[in-house]
Design a protein around this ligand. Structure first.
Ligand SMILES: [Fe+2]
Length: 282
């Protein structure tokens, strides 16, 4: 449902309806027949308002005050490689031109919420579903649902890194093809504690890379500095066994030693989930 007309004016109504219907039908389809290209819509860039651009510029300025110091070098390198605009909402097609030459990933606007199977089909196809709407000026610090700031600024810079890019596609393939509820729940936890709320050790310091931390001033400080956070060494089996809660700051976070560690652990787990000894990624 479109809850706020201002959020959705960036998307054409007819495209919205068709794409959402295709995404909603995905869970009942065999994985091999799901075509994620049916879920995508255009970002009608000219429809962003002056306020929309001001929100983007304000959020980028506020976050960069601390991210140069707090964020993973890999995130900062991705931000620079993609040349994300600082003063206005980025045009997705331009981001994709740079991303394509780096890792072959693409960012794809979607109408809104995607069922899990539809979301995984996008990742398996090296495509990241994006919300293209942006939060209003009076809700800068907190928005329960994703918006283009969370999705593009928070997620997409890591897609410019070949190691993370391969991890995310392998994750998508495993999650798309997995039929076992036990593993589906474990894979959701893995996503949460890495892609959304992951930490990484670089040069002896713990830094941020999860998009939920990158895009949140309050939670990023809490994640790095609070004595109430249990920062554990990454271990895939332990991560997958840890339940998470979505309605408050995370009391448990996992710290990678490198993105190669994450990629290699995912390759191994994907083989286990899919019942094959062969690596999922060619
Ligand atoms: Fe996210």
């Amino acid at each position: 449902m479109r809850s706020d007309i201002n959020y959705n004016r960036i998307i054409d109504d007819d495209e919205f309806a068709l794409a959402q219907a295709a995404a909603d039908a995905a869970p009942s389809m065999p994985a091999a027949l799901i075509d994620p290209n049916q879920f995508y819509v255009r970002q009608l860039y000219d429809r962003y308002s002056t306020e929309n651009h001001e929100v983007w510029a304000t959020l980028v300025r506020k976050r960069m005050e601390t991210l140069h110091d707090q964020a993973s070098d890999v995130f900062i390198a991705g931000l620079e490689a993609l040349q994300l605009t600082k003063d206005c909402v980025p045009e997705v097609v331009k981001v994709n031109e740079r991303l394509n030459s780096l890792t072959g990933w693409q960012s794809k606007p979607v109408p809104g919420f995607l069922p899990a199977k539809a979301f995984f089909a996008c990742l398996a196809n090296r495509q990241f579903p994006l919300t293209v709407t942006i939060r209003p000026l009076d809700r800068l610090n907190y928005l329960p649902e994703p918006d283009i700031f969370h999705d593009v600024f928070g997620h997409v810079p890591l897609h410019a890194n070949p190691v993370f890019a391969d991890f995310l596609q392998t994750y998508g393939k495993a999650a798309l093809l997995c039929e076992d509820p036990y593993h589906i729940e474990r894979l959701a936890r893995l996503f949460w504690f890495t892609v959304e709320f992951g930490l990484i050790r670089e040069g002896g310091r713990v830094k941020l890379y999860g998009s939920g931390l990158i895009s949140s001033i309050g939670e990023s400080n809490h994640a790095l500095m609070s004595e109430d956070v249990d920062r554990r060494a990454f271990d895939l089996d332990r991560v997958c066994s840890t339940p998470f809660q979505i309605d408050h700051y995370q009391p448990i976070l996992y710290v990678l030693e490198s993105f190669e560690q994450l990629r290699d652990a995912m390759n191994e787990y994907a083989s286990e989930v899919l019942g094959t000894a062969a690596p999922v990624l060619a």
